[in-house]
Design a protein around this ligand. Sequence first.
Ligand code: DCP
Ligand code: MG
Ligand code: MG
Length: 359
Amino acid sequence: MVGHLDLDYFYAQVEELEDPSLKKLPVLVCVYSGRTEDSGVVSTANYKARELGVRSGIPISLAKKRLAGQEAAFIRMDREKYESYSNRVMEILRESVDIMEQTGIDEAFFDITKKSGGSFGVGTTLASAIKTKILEHEGLTSSVGVAPNKIAAKLASDFKKPDGLTVIRPEELAGFMGPMPVEKLYGIGSKTARALEEIGVLTVEDLAKKDVSQLRDVFGQKLAVYLHNSASGEDEEPVVEGGEATQISRIITLKHDSSDANEIMSQLTPAMADIHKRVVEKGLFFKSVSVIGILKDLTIRTRSKTLETPTDESSTLDHVGLELLTSLVGEFGELRRVGARVSDFQESKEQSSLSEFMK
Ligand code: DCP
Ligand code: MG
Ligand code: MG
């Protein structure tokens, strides 16, 4: 049983959360390129803005045109802020499921086959509890799909947005996927969609009716098999722990609840060494360090620090870790569980400002 979770209008929702007065307005989170006052693109927009024709990827100048005469909020993108919300959300998800694979800043696949015991009823309850936990702890709404495989789970999370929960049982798979336009299938871009249209394929059902030999001439064997299988709801792709590394973290349960930073640190050190090993294996340099504390009432508290320059040194991880941990227990007292996380990766110490901007 596979789930897919995607946060709703993510960057804009974070901005609304931090300033609720924005909720009544169209909100646009923008990446300003700095050339002229309006040059740059809209990174995302809240649903009010979308109703007025503003969406991710359009130029800010076009968005201004579409919103002419309206009061609207144009906000500069603050990726670090969204990343810290994202990390906490992903931590909640990771703790609630069997396996979790993050695939973007606001989305992840998860496997709950064991946790649900294979029952879609239990799966529905689990998915709903995850949504509630994210809302209660981070104030964010998300949309979740649960299905027998990844392709269908992703379609399901997208099916009802915002704040949706769509569960597709195996016997509902064909009926759910069939009427969807083929572009909705993962990996089918506009070019493939056009080629499919030329052979009379518009919907997933049309595609499922073609057999591999009919598709092979146009797409080659490999893509033909993929297209046929995904349209038929056959997808055995497993959910793989980790996924795109936007962060590396470990959480441990303390031998007993403690507010003594040095004592907690001695238990956290092996987990930090493991994080460091994974960083070095992947050839990454991190710019942010966080310490996560889970209190006795199971609330999660985090302290993060952004470094001046990216590093892969374990000594930095250790001393920043201790500093953050000291501040965390100073404010919240006894911890039950504790974790560390590095994030904001760069592949080398000196990354050009251009590639930084493109990121
Ligand atoms: N994003 C971006 N540029 C894009 C698309 C997305 O910068 N062209 C960023 C901003 C989004 C975030 O990634 O908030 C997540 O992307 P989604 O596609 O999940 O879009 P949203 O979360 O904004 O909206 P939705 O409610 O449709 O998920
Ligand atoms: Mg989203
Ligand atoms: Mg997304």
